[in-house]
Design a protein around this ligand. Structure first.
Ligand code: SF4
Length: 406
């Protein structure tokens, strides 16, 4: 567990699983793979020593003890599995349940889980549902926690009788512990085990889905958004989020009232479902259902691909229209020329071997320096490095986080 993280949207990382393999274009220059291959696999002190990145391993020893969130007293935002995908096919469901049991117990923290394999995330929750006899299926498949809280709050604000709070699906939390706790206890200090077991006895008050666990998908373009976001929306989560990084193309989150007629569609807006029609959007101001947080970033690293400012602006504007928190993480190595500060551009101009530009979709080395003072057309994307590019979009720092409802 790393108590500090350079990732803008988190405080710490926890790696109960390490290793992964590429699944889509967004993985092409995977920073974790690069880091492992260049650095960690050559370090005899590292758990990566001699391992290829695609060697997926579960680490039960990190479920308890000093490297577990159970031992971490001060509340933190924790990015789970920064060098892996928790829902990778090689990770057994029993181990994922153990990871969730730890997250359920150490509930002073907020956990940020990100996957490119939401189909397997869905399979895990369906498997858990089957293992929890008598579980309330409403919570498992379609219940939207945030929308439910908002609906009850709205009724209260209007002075109308509030809907009864649905009873917590104790069976699911119990199943989670029944399956996951043995792996945690096996590595737990006996003196600490008592406390853990006491927590097990108290699981009846825990709500499902766990409100301090944020589940998200990583997307890079429209195709991956259309494939992964609908699956995320079918997954029980108190907070659902999308990380569009590295952003490689525009993404339309379908904001607006594009009503679909497909009654059987499993993708949709359940709170608005009473008319028998479902919205085919991922975020909306009209129903409050959908994605709760969007993070956008360009690619970094030696072979980084450029992100166009308009792609980021498109997501920023959709989030603003829908009232969804938006965080602009970084430009990455590249930045629209009109967004870079003059100092950085002048430095590049003086050393034009590093000056590349993208115009009309092409990436090319800039031709020999033309005579006269430098000029920068705004339709160029220039490579100035992640640090110099920074994280301002149109001069504004976007640093919003989802509201966590009680
Ligand atoms: S899913 Fe994530 S960790 Fe796995 S290869 Fe792709 S970018 Fe890397």
């Amino acid at each position: 567990m790393a108590d500090k993280s350079a990732i803008e949207w988190t405080d710490a990382t926890w790696s109960p699983v390490t290793g992964c393999d590429p699944i889509s274009a967004g993985c092409k220059h995977c920073y974790a793979k690069r880091e492992v291959e260049i650095r960690w696999s050559k370090n005899p002190k590292s758990e990566w020593f001699g391992r290829p990145f695609n060697d997926v391993r579960c680490h039960p020893e990190k479920l308890a003890g000093a490297r577990s969130p159970l031992a971490w007293k001060r509340p933190r935002r924790i990015f789970v599995c920064p060098r892996a995908d928790l829902f990778h096919e090689a990770v057994p469901f029993e181990f994922i349940a153990a990871v969730f049991a730890v997250m359920a117990t150490a509930n002073r923290h907020t956990y940020q889980v990100l996957t490119k394999r939401p189909y397997r995330m869905g399979e895990f929750f369906r498997w858990l549902e089957k293992r929890s006899a008598g579980a309330n299926a409403r919570y498992m498949s379609s219940y939207d926690y945030q929308a439910g809280v908002r609906a009850r709050q709205k009724l209260r604000d209007e002075g109308k009788p509030s809907l009864d709070e649905p009873s917590p699906p104790t069976e699911i939390v119990r199943a989670l512990y029944d399956i996951g706790a043995p792996a945690v206890n096996a590595v737990m200090d006996p003196s600490a085990r008592f406390h853990h077991l006491r927590s097990l006895g108290q699981c009846h008050w825990m709500k499902w889905p766990l409100k301090h666990v944020w589940l998200g998908v990583s997307v890079e373009d429209q195709a991956t958004a259309d494939k992964r976001i609908p699956l995320l929306l079918q997954t029980p989560a108190a907070v659902r989020w999308v990380s569009a990084e590295p952003l490689l193309g525009p993404v339309d989150l379908g904001f607006g009232d594009q009503l679909g007629d497909d009654d059987d569609s499993s993708v949709g807006c359940y709170p608005c479902d009473s008319g028998g029609r479902r919205h085919e959007h991922y975020i909306s101001e009209t129903c409050g259902r959908g994605i709760d947080w969007v993070v956008v970033g360009g690619e970094s690293g030696p072979k980084a691909r450029p992100m166009q400012g308009d792609w980021a602006r498109g997501l920023r504007d959709q989030c603003a229209a829908a009232g969804v928190p938006f965080l602009f993480k970084q430009w990455g190595e590249w930045i629209d020329a009109d967004q870079a500060d003059n100092e950085a551009k002048d430095a590049l101009w003086r050393n034009r071997s590093h000056f590349e530009m993208r115009d009309a979709g092409l990436i090319a080395n800039i031709p020999p320096k033309p005579p006269g003072p430098p000029h920068y057309a705004c339709n160029y994307t220039i490579r100035i490095g992640k640090k110099a590019a920074g994280r301002l979009l149109d001069g504004v720092l976007h640093d919003e986080y989802p509201e966590v409802l009680p």
